[in-house]
Design a protein around this ligand. Structure first.
Ligand SMILES: [Zn+2]
Length: 381
């Protein structure tokens, strides 16, 4: 079957209506190719400029839309990575004034030339654009920030500062790309025909990479961005604490069943967010493709791990509240006799579990685009 022999493909996607972006894309294609061939000679690099008429036109340019668009193009052309280029400013969500947004999940990044071209002269513009592109690509290839290389986080991309990856980073990129350059599952003879078996195959084949991606997303921090989600949870927990029924119910439910319910609730909450927020539309593909399936598994996993991390926080919070409330009242509510000890952990688990159930409903109140952005963005730079 198809042997890729170290082939890595990157598409630079531009709007046919943006002449300036198109010119920069052509320049970047040459410049990036030369650098990549020099730094990573063992791979066969193929970069191409893709001009699209259906490029999202709405202003201000929303990086999320551009990332989704880029990811669709990536799947359409069977590319490994995509860099979306625009000459319009990008809409900032979490930071102020941004130049680019990489998304590990979608293996796609978007950059704008709008601020970079404000630099003094052409040479600075070129250096800045090259550094910015390498920075976001570095993120796509699994790198974190570091002060001494192009991975230095910057507010302004001015053309000063390092433009190269460090020696260690190059080694890291190389081992990352080795996996990418392997034949895709659908190119092998063993690929399953049925959807579920194909998902299972991807999961088994890439379990390491999938786990790394899920945790690289800092899924446990995900919830911090979601104000309404947290508010819904807080309110429902306060009501739970104040209702005697919740305590009676806690006394009636055995620990084993509570664990069982917990798994069900986290799964239900994850599914409710996933479909409620139309996340199944991300990285959708008609054909069964390893890349698309992988993105969706990572997306779902990130959501589930984020939900579980949120639950752990709620358990800690609930335990704290239980300690603060007078024991005699709580024992009365829970129907425990005098001298019996209140099972704090059991009740904390119960409150947190029902809090999650309520917050899943609250999460669907959240702006759809914001929740998606939290999941899809690796950073705004
Ligand atoms: Zn960065």
């Amino acid at each position: 079957m198809g042997s890729r022999s170290g082939l890595i493909t990157i598409g630079l996607v531009v709007d046919t209506a943006e002449d300036q972006a198109e010119a920069w894309a052509e320049w970047l294609k040459e410049e990036l190719s030369r650098g990549l061939r020099q730094d990573f000679p063992r791979f066969d690099w193929r970069l191409s400029v893709l001009r699209r008429h259906d490029f999202p036109k709405a202003l201000p340019k929303d990086p999320l839309l551009l990332l989704e668009f880029g990811s669709d193009v990536k799947i359409e052309y069977n590319l490994d990575f995509v860099l979306v280029l625009t000459s319009y400013p990008l809409k900032a969500r979490f930071e102020q004034g941004i130049n680019g947004v990489p998304s590990n999940l979608l293996e796609t990044a978007v950059i704008t030339t709008s601020k970079v071209v404000e630099n003094r002269d052409r040479e600075h513009v070129q250096r800045a654009l090259l550094a910015l592109s390498r920075h976001v690509l570095g993120h796509l290839w699994g790198l974190d920030h570091s002060e001494n290389s192009v991975m230095r986080p910057r507010k302004f991309w001015t053309g000063t500062g390092p433009v190269d990856w460090s020696r260690g980073e190059k080694r890291q990129i190389e081992s990352f790309l080795m996996e990418v350059a392997d034949p895709r599952l659908e190119e092998t003879a063993g690929a399953a025909r049925s959807r579920w078996r194909f998902y299972l195959q991807v999961l088994i084949r890439e379990k390491g990479a999938i786990a790394r991606d899920i945790f690289l997303f800092r899924s446990w921090l995900m919830m911090l961005h979601l104000g309404r989600f947290i508010a819904a949870t807080a309110v429902s927990i306060i009501f739970l604490f104040l209702s005697a029924e919740a305590w009676e119910m806690g006394a009636a439910i055995q620990s084993f069943w509570l664990d069982f319910i917990l798994v069900g609730v986290i799964l239900a909450a994850t599914l409710s967010l996933y479909y409620g927020q139309n996340l199944q539309g991300i990285a959708a593909s008609d054909r069964m493709m390893e890349q698309a399936v992988r993105s969706r598994i990572v997306l779902f996993g990130t959501l589930a791990v984020g939900m579980f991390a949120f639950w752990v926080n709620l358990v800690i919070l609930s335990s704290g509240i239980i300690y603060l409330l007078p024991d005699s009242v709580l024992c009365g509510w829970a129907g425990l006799g005098k001298g019996m000890e209140l099972p704090v952990f059991h009740y904390a688990k119960l409150m947190a579990t029902f809090g999650i159930l309520a917050s899943a409903v609250g999460g669907n109140l959240e702006e759809e685009q914001d929740i998606k952005a939290v999941l899809v963005y690796s950073e705004e730079t």
